[in-house]
Design a protein around this ligand. Structure first.
Ligand code: HPA
Ligand code: ZN
Length: 338
């Protein structure tokens, strides 16, 4: 097993499902709260971490939004993003596609410009100083209204060139894809690509909805895909990727045990499935921890782990030439680690 851990640690990979606000470690949260003079409900890093016990998605979301409340200035968003990029380098992530939730900040009076400037400046430094390429995905909060999503879309337009895709996250139950059909259509008119969380806590119908109504290029989570044979067959035929997040699924009780995780069955079926960390500060691990946990729980082979890394580049929004470059690097890694 130690051999496999080293193999995973050295493996070059892309991360495609990461909420930057979900990489907010308690230590940084307390530091920023202090310098911004904002009280937190918890008295220490330890007591905050001790509260990270969730029985469903909403339990986590309540703490996640509370945590964002200390982020006020451009530098706060820079520091948040930079800390993730340092972790990304330690995890051998060479390319990352980062989601951010502008409405979690604009609803508190922080400007869209402040949020995106801090994040983008860190991403630029990440490329220049750490050699990590990146794209940004702007997610709409699905528990808020269609009108609020439209407002956010309009606010993003001055920064159109900095954002590759729109996404959809937050509470899946009661907020199906149809609610955002018109916003996504408008976003696609503006040239954004699209992704959406679907089938995390929701049924396969939400995955159909994300595909047919929102025209997404990939599905975030997609755990319930295998409950519908026609859907699974369509996903295999189209090679529409799933960005699966094993430790998130375990911590939010989407799966009761990692040994029951559908990832292995998805790989066996030929789905373009990827492994990601979702909200690593809350779910007990960054990308390597996710790879290691599923490799152990599902007895994955080295070839299957390589396939997951390969899928991460194939499913990315990289240009064809960059994708080829990374696939070559991965192939060389494979040959020298047989
Ligand atoms: N699901 C839905 N919304 C989210 C998540 C998630 O896993 N993480 C951050 N927002
Ligand atoms: Zn997510």
């Amino acid at each position: 097993m130690e051999n496999l851990v080293k193999f995973i640690e050295k493996l070059p990979k892309a991360e495609l499902h990461l909420h930057i606000e979900g990489s907010f470690e308690p230590e940084l949260m307390f530091r920023i709260a202090e310098r911004n003079n904002i009280p937190l409900k918890f008295t220490s890093v330890e007591s905050l971490r001790a509260a990270y016990h969730f029985t469903q998605l909403q339990d986590f979301l309540d703490l996640y939004y509370a945590g964002t409340s200390v982020l006020i200035y451009e530098k706060d968003f820079y520091d948040l993003t930079w800390d993730y990029l340092i972790q990304a380098r330690a995890n051998n992530i060479v390319h990352t596609e980062i989601m951010f939730d502008p409405q979690a900040h604009t609803a508190r009076g922080v400007s869209f410009e402040t949020v995106i400037s801090g994040i983008s400046r860190a991403l630029k430094d990440g490329e220049e100083k750490l050699g990590i390429s990146s794209v940004l995905i702007m997610s709409f909060l699905r528990h808020l209204s269609e009108a609020e999503a439209f407002k956010t879309l309009e606010e993003s337009l001055p920064y159109r060139e900095m954002i590759t895709a729109v996404g959809l996250d937050s509470s899946e139950r009661g907020n199906p894809p149809a609610k955002f059909m018109r916003v996504f259509a408008k976003a696609r008119e503006y040239g954004f690509l699209a992704v959406a969380h679907a089938g995390e806590e929701g049924p396969p119908e939400n995955i159909w909805g994300a595909l047919d109504l929102l025209h997404v290029s990939r599905i975030d989570h997609g755990n319930s895909s295998l409950l519908d044979d026609d859907l699974a067959a369509m996903l295999v035929a189209s090679q529409i990727p799933l960005t699966v997040c094993p430790l998130s699924n375990y911590r939010l009780k989407v799966v009761q045990d990692l040994s029951n995780h559908p990832l292995k069955a998805m790989l066996d079926l030929g789905l373009r499935v990827t492994v990601n960390s979702d909200d690593p500060a809350y779910f007990g691990g960054y990308l390597n921890d996710n790879y290691i946990a599923v490799a152990e729980a599902l007895s994955l082979t080295k070839d299957e782990i390589i396939q997951l890394a390969k899928n991460s580049f194939l499913a990315s929004f990289l240009s064809d030439s960059s994708r080829e470059k990374y696939l070559h690097i991965l192939n060389d890694f494979h040959l020298s680690n047989l």
